[in-house]
Design a protein around this ligand. Structure first.
Ligand code: AMP
Ligand code: MG
Length: 500
């Protein structure tokens, strides 16, 4: 394992680095450069994101591939592996850390905003344990597609700047092509980062970490009378909003371990994640989630559980009197359910075209979900089809046909039409507002899998098409309608794997 030396090849990407995490004390990280790979090849560069970060134009493609494969270091970067701990499926592991990822550094974008640049799959680090530090092509493409889709859906998320193949196989269930993802994030600080220091009772580090994340993510809290408590509340707020957004689009994260929950409030770590096709609150895709801990409808419950773990790490900083601290944290955590429900309802109202919620609208939302639970329609298609019904109330066929039985949905549609009639906006205006809240395109699991399978045989066309189409999820794209439909029986992908 190597650290940065004068011999490390450097490429100037024109990026403005300022590495605040690298300036934290040594026990926060391990300095480390990537292990070079045999034959780096650029699969895709996210040009729009690259531009916004200030990445220079006209760079040589071989230089880009070298940097995104870890064979060269961008000028100004100070690569390191971050230390963190975490609860994995409820079991605490005091040391996880970046075992296959390297933080290159932090880039200030054109607007002065700060972003982490991270290579995922760049070789072993002191945190690798038994792992090889590498990533296979499939998971890299999955994260690229899904994280960029989430961004286009307006959901806070880490992003994909580039993907490369390494020319080196990785050993998983068999030999698979190796790849590396370059990830951009507000930061990679997790609940598990706090847990790492709490497990060591390193209060000085926790105090430093609080300062660091407040400066980076919650500058408004700088002068809060109780910064630790204020931070807990602020993280809670963002997580409540985030998980509500997941439910609105049918997203299932799959591994909501505390090391995969970002303090910034971004969705992070796309492993076995997937989008639900037919509506079922108990949907689970991840092959390792045998108990359904992270099932679709359980996600707010587990977010709350994770926030309680964060609260535990902050207790000593909240108040030297631990009884008082526990009371404050408990009171704060007790507000999570209502907070979440508020965000969730706001989004659900928007999905059914209600701009000014009134008495009874909550039961209208619940009524739809109840008939969906019985009728098992495709989640995304149902809401998109409702947009058309809002515009032409008599044409209910396309919605009804999604349901197994039609009585429930018929009754609901008449209730809903009556409600929209009191709205005051023209039907076309309601419909267009609804279309901005209900995507036509989501990264359907079978399409992601097909794109991965094609890429494994050397054809990246379906991957590129998927990324392009999903960058405009709310637009009708008549030429790409095939990507809106749920899987046929023989296309269904019921299980997803971490595989990384
Ligand atoms: P994840 O399931 O992706 O959230 O990862 C959990 C932990 O396992 C993190 O500490 C990762 O860095 C580590 N890890 C996952 N895959 C590998 C790998 N191939 N080599 C080394 N460490 C890994
Ligand atoms: Mg992780």
């Amino acid at each position: 394992m190597n650290t940065l030396t004068d011999d490390t090849p450097v490429v100037d990407l024109g990026l403005r680095f300022d590495n605040s995490y690298a300036r934290l004390p040594d026990r926060f990280h391990a300095r480390q450069v990537a292990a070079p790979v045999a034959k780096p090849r650029l699969i895709r560069l996210n040009r729009a994101l690259a531009d916004s970060l200030g990445l220079a134009d006209g760079l040589d493609e071989a230089d880009l591939a070298a940097v995104f494969a870890g064979n060269a270091v961008p000028r100004g970067a100070e690569p390191l592996a971050q230390a963190y701990a975490g609860h994995q499926f409820g079991n605490f592991v005091p040391q996880l850390g970046d075992g296959r990822a390297l933080l290159l550094g932090e880039v200030l974008d054109r607007d002065g905003r700060r972003f982490d640049l991270q290579l995922k799959g760049a070789g072993t680090t002191p945190f690798s344990r038994q792992g090889d530090g590498r990533a296979a092509l499939g998971p890299v493409l999955r994260e690229y597609v899904v994280s960029e889709a989430m961004h286009a859906l307006g959901i806070p998320t880490t992003r994909a700047l580039a993907a490369v193949t390494t020319g080196q196989p990785v050993l998983r269930e068999g030999l698979l092509p190796g790849a590396i993802l370059t990830r951009v994030a507000a930061s990679h600080i997790r609940v598990g980062t706090f847990q790492y220091f709490a497990a060591r009772d390193d209060q000085a580090a926790i105090a430093l970490l609080i300062d660091h994340v407040i400066a980076r993510h919650y500058p408004d809290l700088a002068a809060a009378p109780n910064r630790a408590l204020a931070l807990l509340e602020a993280v809670m707020e963002r997580q409540a909003a985030l998980v509500a957004r997941w439910l609105h689009v049918g997203f299932i994260h799959g591994v909501m371990n505390t090391d995969n929950m970002a303090i910034s409030g971004e969705t992070i770590d796309y492993g076995p994640c997937a989008f639900m096709d037919e509506y079922d609150p108990a949907t689970v895709f991840s092959s390792i989630d045998r108990q359904g801990r992270y099932a679709y409808a359980n996600q707010p419950v587990l977010a709350h559980w994770n926030l309680a773990r964060l609260a535990e790490c902050l207790l000593e900083q909240m108040d030297p009197d631990q009884e008082k601290a526990v009371a404050m944290a408990t009171e704060a955590l007790g507000r999570f359910a209502d907070l979440f429900r508020g965000y969730w309802l706001d989004g659900m109202f928007a999905k059914i075209g209600i701009a000014a919620p009134a008495e009874g609208d909550n039961t209208l939302v619940q009524g739809l979900l109840d008939v969906m639970k019985d009728g098992r329609p495709d989640y995304t298609l149902t809401f998109r089809a409702l947009c058309d019904v809002a515009e032409r109330p008599d044409e209910t066929g396309p919605v009804r046909n999604l349901f197994l039985g039609m009585e429930g949905i018929d009754a609901w549609l008449s209730r809903w039409s009556a409600r929209l009639a009191t709205d005051g906006r023209a039907p076309a205006a309601i419909a267009s507002a609804m279309r901005a809240a209900n995507p036509a395109f989501i990264p359907r699991n079978h399409r992601v899998q097909q794109a991965i399978d094609a890429a494994m045989s050397g054809d990246f066309t379906p991957f590129h098409l998927l990324v392009d189409v999903l960058s405009r999820p709310f637009d009708d794209q008549p030429e790409n309608m095939a990507l809106t439909t749920p899987p046929e029986a023989d296309e269904r992908v019921l299980k997803t794997f971490c595989g990384t």
